[in-house]
Design a protein around this ligand. Structure first.
Ligand code: NDP
Ligand code: 2IT
Length: 449
């Protein structure tokens, strides 16, 4: 086991995030390998940690001043064991092979948990949409798709959104794909409603994460009613996490972006959330503006000199990290425990460092890891694919009910798998084992390919 991790580290020493994601999964599936000797015999761990295909390409585009810019584009096609490659595109200056390989690796198990037939992939670019005009974003997306289109397809690889890729970017990407292929297919998910999108897809990750939290609480005969929650981020996932928490009777006191966070003692109510949605999705403004609009709220700028994030150092019952990877370190996790947080549900992918995860597990709090708790987004992407194939649109209520059913089923799979391997209540073990077994059995069925 540690041999495989060492080999992976030796091969790509700089891919720290990928090593982190792989180590977590491989450590938790050790008892599965001990019980199923054929997995080792078939060298499953080496096979599952090597992407089926990695695509890297140049993305040249012209900015509004007439200067030529060049970014790097990627698509990691990690696993097609249980369906076509499926996963989002991230546009953020930090994007590199390590980050996309960790995301693609997580996506494989997450997608397996959804019960839908989707393999795993991830892609994106180091392009930063922040501060760019709509025309610049459009030209970038068109150039990106001018290469990506030859690698994807509705039965091959179906990208979607992630950080920096929302409805606007999906629209430009889809338009270029359609032009190049001369076909109108469901090759991307997260499309607008008028041209093949699904109701509830924008809401799905945030809603799904809160449904998962509600499932964890229901095991303890508890609900979100009157719970105080800390939410990080202020993008797609964070916004709809807040919306669903409010609907279920909870209070949310924080939101953030990369420049800082706001703490609103009175709570972010529906009107304030509507303001945040307009600020972030239409004006593309900063969360600091919230504290100008609502002076009772306190804005704290990000301080890189601190070794902890003060957002996580407030009294609360629940935490919903919904910004980015490794945003909760060991100190933050200890602060959450000190402040009486008993539930953490991850809207973001791998937001907790290994030290933080261990603190949550040692303290036996309800801890829903990203690949289970945030699977609602890709699950509704899968439902969007089904609707596209059938050429019809389900009503929002039907999609929402299916989403609830899927989150309930993911929760149940985690609970069963954890219990089967003598780790009751450990959702990390449960999610990794349940996803791993499904993918690995499909690989063995299909032979050495
Ligand atoms: P958005 O781009 O809509 O929002 C991202 C938010 O996180 C912004 O508030 C952004 O602030 C903040 N953020 C991004 N990078 C950093 C950073 N390095 N440090 C601090 N804050 C940061 O993305 P989403 O809401 O879609 O994604 C949020 C998380 O959820 C990601 O981890 C993503 O992988 C995960 N996820 C998303 C799904 C989806 O369907 N969209 C599905 C499942 C998981 P700023 O604007 O300043 O950059
Ligand atoms: O991390 C994720 O699951 C996503 N960004 C959503 C992927 C998708 O295909 O909808």
């Amino acid at each position: 086991m540690s041999d495989i991790i060492q080999l992976i580290k030796d091969k790509d020493p700089e891919q720290k995030e990928f090593h982190q994601a792989v180590a977590e999964v491989l450590e938790t599936v050790k008892p599965v390998l001990d019980r199923n000797p054929q997995y080792r015999k078939e060298n499953i761990l080496s096979r599952i940690t090597e992407p089926e295909r990695v695509i890297m390409f140049r993305v040249p585009w012209m900015d509004d001043t007439g200067q030529i810019q060049v970014n790097r584009g990627f698509r990691i096609e990690m696993s097609s064991a249980i369906g076509p490659y499926k996963g989002g595109l991230r546009f953020h200056p930090s994007v590199n092979l390590s980050i996309l390989k960790f995301l693609a690796f997580e996506q494989v198990f997450k997608n397996a948990l959804t019960t839908l037939p989707m393999g795993g992939g991830k892609g994106g670019s180091d392009f930063d949409p922040k501060g760019k005009s709509d025309h610049e974003v459009m030209r970038f997306c068109q150039s990106f798709m001018a290469e990506l289109f030859r690698h994807i397809g509705e039965n091959t690889d179906i990208p979607a959104g992630d950080i920096g890729v929302g409805a606007r970017e999906i629209g430009y990407l889809f338009g270029m794909y359609k032009k190049l292929r001369n076909e109108f297919t469901g090759v991307l998910t997260g499309k607008s409603l008028a041209w093949g999108g699904s109701l509830i897809r924008p809401e799905a990750t945030g809603y799904g994460c809160v449904y998962f939290a509600a499932e964890m609480l229901s095991v303890k005969n508890d609900t979100l009613q009157a719970k105080t929650c800390l939410v990080s981020g202020s993008g797609n996932v964070a916004q709809f996490t807040v919306e669903k928490i409010l609907e279920l009777g909870g209070t949310v006191k924080t939101l953030s972006d990369s420049a800082g966070y706001i703490y609103d003692e009175k709570g972010i109510d529906a009107d304030k959330l509507a303001y945040v949605m307009h600020l972030k999705n239409i004006q593309r403004g900063r969360i600091s503006e919230y504290a100008e609009k609502y002076p009772d709220a306190v804005y704290t700028p990000t301080d890189d000199a601190l070794d902890y994030n003060p957002l996580w150092d407030h009294e609360a019952d629940c935490a919903f990290p919904s910004a980015t990877q490794n945003e909760i370190n060991g100190t933050d996790a200890a602060n959450l425990i000190k402040n009486n947080v008993t539930l953490v549900a991850e809207g973001a992918n791998m937001p907790s460092t290994p030290e933080a995860v261990n603190i949550f597990l040692d303290n036996k709090i309800m801890y829903g890891p990203g690949k289970a708790a945030n699977a609602g987004g890709v699950a509704v992407s899968g439902l969007e694919m089904s609707q596209n194939s059938m050429r019809l649109n389900w009503p929002g209520e039907e999609v929402d009910n299916r989403l609830k059913g899927i989150m309930r089923s993911i929760h149940k799979s985690c609970v069963y798998a954890a219990a089967e391997y003598d780790q009751p209540g450990n959702y990390v073990a449960g999610a990794n084992i349940a996803g791993f077994v499904k993918v690995v059995n499909a690989m063995l069925d299909q032979g050495l390919v």
